[in-house]
Design a protein around this ligand. Structure first.
Ligand SMILES: Nc1nc2c(c(=O)[nH]1)N[C@H]1C(S)=C(S)[C@@H](COP(=O)(O)O)O[C@H]1N2
Ligand SMILES: [Mo]
Length: 417
């Protein structure tokens, strides 16, 4: 076995060296019209600067969009769509492509009449306008938001064919906002104030109990995403940011924060967002998102179309407990693992981008990635996770994903035991 590993490793290494030559040469095809013909866009003037006051992507990028799975939810206003992870690179999710999860549709809130109230166990109950919020010191931080139900349809077997659908309930955004601590300090939390209850201004009036330690640690009241105002889909004009914790707690259209001495045990933290064990007991208050990763290319929606030879594997990794110092990749279903290359900023509780380049011999592949986070935690296999948590869950499936790639480069969602 050890010998087999070594042979395989040195083979892959040789592949990498060979690949460098492939990158350097783009083959010239005699008479290629893309070279010899003058294209239409070179023959006429383009549009002027007044044509696109707010820019949108090229019409050739129309396929890059959020998608939903029709059978998954009964009605689009209480539904979810998915980030097209296989179309993205780097670590930032563009605003128009951030997945959406609404319990009562998109609230279209007028910021002029929107207020944020702080009440309950505070010295002084306060009501802020948007302008009041802007007068606190602001911070800029990049965080992922992952719905606890991301990958939830995969517990019992491989189901959805594409990383957009299996892993697309996540986005990674730079938020501008006010540390929640400043706002709570302005109101003065009483000594028995141990929990907060943020509430949304949409028709669902969503609420979640959050321990005061988290509220005073790194939570933010955010009004900008990636530099511009939050999109209505993401909670315009203001949302709560709860770094590293499940998406459900990131209350959108934030209108009120109540301070209390115990959790409220509302719907979203009792019947929902709890995991049922085999023996009927439930695992609840599962706030932190465990380390996870997925290969986004190749994947079922992004097959290998260039044939064998130099091939780039890429994907994303994240952890609710810190950074991702290491990601491993295997192309043979876990027999041999190699370190991937992480490129781009490594922020706390933010997405990381990894790459793995290799020389594909055209044979079938079983692709997997495995994240290690800064606490030393390693992403589990599906069976390891099932052993601990059973199969009743929807939430917190952070197990290793497998893509099978056939000789033609077509990829499929599979499970290996
Ligand atoms: N007010 C309000 N906040 C909400 C929700 C909601 O329906 N209403 N959905 C929650 C859930 S379940 C998730 S996963 C995230 C989704 O955030 P996004 O729409 O920006 O992706 O918002 C959370 N905050
Ligand atoms: Mo969610």
């Amino acid at each position: 076995m050890a010998e087999n590993n070594t042979t395989r490793r040195s083979f892959l290494k040789a592949g990498l060296t060979g690949a460098a030559a492939t990158i350097a040469t783009g083959a010239y095809a005699e008479g290629d019209p893309a070279i010899t013909e003058i294209q239409p866009w070179m023959q006429e003037l383009g549009e002027g600067v007044d044509a696109r006051p707010y820019g949108t992507p090229s019409p050739f990028e129309k396929h890059v969009k959020r998608r939903n799975v029709e059978w998954l939810t009964a009605d689009p206003v209480s539904s979810v769509n998915f980030t097209p992870l296989h179309e993205l690179d780097g670590i930032i999710t563009p605003n128009g492509l951030c997945f959406e999860r609404h319990h009562a549709g998109i609230a279209e809130v007028d910021p002029a009449v929107h207020r944020l109230m702080i009440n309950g166990l505070v010295e002084k109950e306060l009501v802020f306008t948007m302008q009041d919020l802007m007068r606190f010191p602001r911070e800029n931080r990049v965080y992922f938001l992952e719905c606890a139900a991301n990958t939830g349809m995969e517990w019992r077997g491989a189901q959805l064919n594409g990383c957009q659908f299996t892993h697309g309930m996540i986005h990674n955004v730079m938020y501008t906002g006010v540390p929640l601590r400043y706002i709570l300090e302005a109101a003065g939390v009483k000594p028995n104030g141990k929990w907060i209850l943020p509430e949304g201004a949409d028709a669902s009036g969503m609420t979640r109990s959050i321990p005061i330690e988290k509220a005073l640690d790194d939570c933010m009241v955010a009004f900008k995403m990636n530099g511009e105002a939050l999109r209505p889909e993401q909670g315009y004009p203001v949302r709560l940011v709860v770094p590293g914790w499940e998406g459900n707690m990131w209350v959108k259209w934030l209108r009120r924060i109540e301070v209390g001495d115990q959790p409220w045990h509302h719907r979203e933290e009792t019947s929902k967002y709890t995991d049922l064990f085999k023996d009927g007991r439930a695992r609840r208050f599962t706030w932190e998102m465990d380390a996870k990763s997925v290969i986004t290319n190749p994947s079922p929606q992004a097959p290998i179309t260039h044939g064998k030879g130099h091939t780039v594997i890429t994907g994303v990794a994240w952890s609710g407990r810190g950074t991702i110092p290491r990601v491993d990749v295997t192309i043979d279903g876990g027999k041999n693992w190699q370190k991937a290359r992480i490129s781009g900023p490594s922020f706390d509780k933010s997405m990381h981008r990894f790459y793995f380049e290799f020389d594909w011999d055209g044979r079938e592949l079983l692709l997997q990635s495995r994240a290690h986070d800064s606490t030393g935690y390693v992403q589990p296999t599906k069976n390891e996770l099932r052993k601990v948590r059973g199969e009743n869950s929807i939430y917190h499936n952070n197990s290793i994903q497998t893509w099978y790639v056939n000789e033609k480069g077509v990829a499929e969602n599979v499970e290996i035991s």
